[in-house]
Design a protein around this ligand. Structure first.
Ligand code: BDR
Ligand code: CA
Length: 312
């Protein structure tokens, strides 16, 4: 029985790939589309990776290409973390062609309208969603909800207090968070609670040999990068965000006032979250993840183990 329909907006990205694997492993989830954005690497590469993942996993959904840069500033990618290809050492030799020239924002609106109650899972900068809102002001009426991996409370992973997706396109983040969309932000403060040990991550390795090679290459590469950044566990922010889409009880979230700083420089993309819980607060409020249950996350992620590829 299908319980949820997802549009996944993504910039694959090692942790995006794990998030897509997780969604694909869930029998109660239908993936309506992968829409791509520039982010971790440029749009040609994120789109190629999405097409490659679609084939690798045998996904029965179209891929739509989206924004090639943030709304108002140049792209600063994260190839230092995800590798030049976006997927570490993994390069898809050949990928299926894009089936359509329809762009991500048009597809998001059309699919949301055709599938009432569907969820948009945003795993990259929010550029495509901001454009969709500007083109289709009634998007909030037709889309179920948005779960956005982005922002943080406390220290960031780009400049001191900012998380990459909102740092990359702060204006888009501000537009989406201040819109009428039903938004939940799943930020680093929550996703960091799901870090896996090397053994726990190895327990996800698929039995399917082609997928097994893909996952092993990703985790070996990523572990090197994370250790260089001084991290002690596997932190896959996008996979953690996908886990709470599949099982919302894993997350504790509260409606809180959030202000996104759009200035360039040291505070770019900072999410100022007001935890004082004042009743007279004038800032726009969104649902903000405060914690994620790591045991439940690991249990869900272990579903990846049984995935069958679409390559046979
Ligand atoms: C986010 O930034 C990207 O590098 C990851 O794919 C994730 O979406 C984490 O800050
Ligand atoms: Ca991402």
């Amino acid at each position: 029985m299908i319980k949820r329909r997802l549009i996944i907006d993504t910039d694959p990205g090692v942790d995006d790939a794990f998030a897509i694997l997780l969604a694909a492993s869930d029998p109660q989830t239908e993936i309506l589309a992968l829409t791509t954005t520039a982010g971790n690497v440029g749009i040609e590469r994120t789109t190629r990776n999405a097409l490659g993942l679609k084939e690798l996993l045998g996904l029965n959904c179209p891929v739509f290409k989206g924004a090639d840069r943030p709304l108002a500033i140049p792209l600063e990618d994260a190839a230092n973390v995800h590798g030049e290809s976006g997927l570490g050492p993994y390069v898809f030799d050949h990928v299926p062609a894009l089936e359509t020239s329809e762009l991500a924002w048009d597809a998001i609106y059309r699919l949301a309208k055709a599938n009432p109650g569907s969820t948009l899972v945003a795993l990259g900068p929010l550029t495509n969603i901001a454009i969709a809102l500007m083109r289709y002001p009634d998007l909030p009426d037709v889309l179920g909800e948005v779960i956005s991996m982005g922002g943080t409370i406390g220290y960031g992973n780009t400049v001191p207090y900012s998380e990459f997706n909102y740092y990359c396109d702060p204006l888009a983040a501000k537009i989406v968070l201040e819109s009428k969309l039903k938004v939940t932000t799943v930020g680093l403060n929550a996703t960091r609670q799901t870090q896996l040990s090397p053994d726990e991550l190895a327990s996800l390795d698929p039995q399917d040999p082609v997928l097994n090679r893909f996952v092993r290459l990703q985790r070996e590469f990523y572990w090197d990068r994370l250790r260089n950044l001084g991290m002690e566990g596997f932190h896959l922010p996008d996979a953690a965000a996908m886990a709470v889409v599949l099982e919302p009880v894993l997350m504790h979230a509260e409606r809180l006032p959030v202000h996104v700083v759009t200035d360039n420089g040291i505070t770019q993309g900072w999410t100022v979250v007001d935890l004082r819980r004042r009743k007279d607060e004038k800032l726009h409020q969104v649902n903000v993840a405060l914690s994620i249950d790591k045991t439940g996350y690991l249990r869900l992620m272990q579903q990846i183990n049984g995935l069958k590829g679409g390559h046979a």
